[in-house]
Design a protein around this ligand. Sequence first.
Ligand code: MLT
Length: 275
Amino acid sequence: MRKSGSNIKVVINDLSVSYNDEGNAGDPVIIFIHGFPFNKSMWNKQEEALKENYRVIAYDVRGHGNSDTGTEDFSIDLFAADLLCLMDKLKIDKAMLCGLSMGGYIALNAVENYPDRFDALILSDTTCLADTPEVKEKRLKTIESIRKDGVEKFADESIKNLFAPGSFSAKEKEIAAVREMIVHTTEESLCKTLRAFYERKETCSKLSDIYVPVLIMVGEEDTIAPLAAAQLMNEKIKESSLSVIEHAGHLSNIENPSKFNNQLEEFVSTIYYYG
Ligand code: MLT
């Protein structure tokens, strides 16, 4: 029996995972995967916009929001395996997948390893490239400084890079909510996720195998996963289109939800749903 609503708990892979499941049971399913280190509430505005015509699921990746952390080391493979377990548990055979940044890493891994389970992809502010040696070095330094200076300091440093300059005055409430999401994440989970990013493999060489329609979105002022990263994926994925979100940095769905939702709704309305 389907449970609908928000903050529902389910046990998958011996792990308690929290998710929202809104909209009507028979409608096409879209699953949202948040970025790092946020949680499913970053998709509230997209859930609101889509739940009339879609079954909308947003979940907390392990170690984030209200999901447990577990004892294993984190990896993008593990995150994608969790997603598939969640789909199985909720008896979802096929879904459209929308991931932002880390959510995009998970979505790309899932579509590579379980191609028959997805109808379409929305990749937002993400990249198929692995970390460069410089970025890997930075990941290790960040782990060190989280252990030394704590999560609050990490949150303050992160916020500086996440948003377009204009968002700092225009989106104060949203920025405060994002900071809350970051400080709600434990030191252990932050460090385990950064280590998973350090180990993350590139997925660019697999993009030509993707045969479902893909919408790529990127905040015009995203400096973390910039336009060039989006263009690279657009070139490599046959059936893809690229949309640049103005007045937005890395969190384009939060900074410019009207443009983001507009593009998203237009795209998903074109997808044939296999049920
Ligand atoms: C995210 O928003 O998920 C992060 O920026 C991902 C990363 O640091 O690679």
